[in-house]
Design a protein around this ligand. Sequence first.
Ligand SMILES: *Cc1c(COP(=O)(O)O)cnc(C)c1O
Length: 356
Amino acid sequence: MVHAPARPARDLPPVTVNLYSDTQTRPTAAMKAAMMAAEVGDEQAGLDPTVDTLCDRMARLTGKEAAVFLPSGTMCNRVALLAHCRPGDEVLAHATAHVLSSEGGGAAALGGVQIRPLTGADGQFDVAALTEAVTARSRYQAPQTLLCVEQTANLGGGTIWPVAALHAVAECAHAHGMATHMDGARLLNAAVAAGVPAAEMAAGYDSVWLDFSKGLGAPLGAVLCGSDDFIDRAWMWKQRLGGSLRQAGICAAACLHALDHHVERLAEDHENARLLARDLAQIEGVAVTPPQTNLVYFDADAAGLSAAELAKRLRARGVMISVLGNRLRACTHLDVTRAGVEQALAAIRGVLAAPR
Ligand SMILES: *Cc1c(COP(=O)(O)O)cnc(C)c1O
């Protein structure tokens, strides 16, 4: 049984630079103040005004009719797949998609849904790859009912799907009778970096969600958006999964605060990621993929250090970075300053220069 991440060992120094994930952001004092001031009610009964405000705002932001507040992004994917699909259906998603790689088989366990992995560079695929994966409708094939895309593509390198590519695959999926779903965990990172409104990116998608507990800095919460009819079905599944809440406005207030104060600043995270990648590329033995948003993937294989070993040695110097496969992933966010980036770089140089 694998339980990750492990509890930190007692003999490790405190974490001074946390590049592990944008999920590790802590609510700011101003966000906490907004939470304390929130007007609340019974969310399950539709009586929490702050949740209503957040859902209205998210529906507008994504260009959809309605929205529902959920505890996590994983539950957004779960609820969306359950609302779109029936047991025995097939979902098409990139081989590296969160829905396939990181949700404990939830689509299969709870929805009876199988996922067909698509391939393509940077966590993306094109119409040709999608078309090739489309099966004939027959008694032998699982009905293909949903296409999923991830914006940004996390394991793809935090890459941004170009709007034209998003629209092309959505159109192709619809032409084959599938619905379309966008895992927009970091949709606003994409929107800010590309200078394209979220609604334009999500046009052509029957459902889309945004995570508030990543770079937006809220302690929890995600909002799933779609048509009125889709959101009715999503609510049914939210109730069934035990995701209906009570005085959730205290959390929705953090999300509203994030929409007001933490969106434009995502550009700073992207700039820090760019600076980190630029200077990493100068270090001998380090190979780095130029980032498009806030995720920097790199390795030090050529310096003779595995990703796991490098991460371990960095942790001993107070720098926390995640290991995904055989690469390291440094994630910039609200709690990582320019000085923190410099500190991490110094630690990486130190580890690679140390005798071993
Ligand atoms: C983090 C993430 C999720 C899951 O969100 P949680 O809020 O952590 O449950 C889903 N998809 C992608 C692309 C993610 O990065």
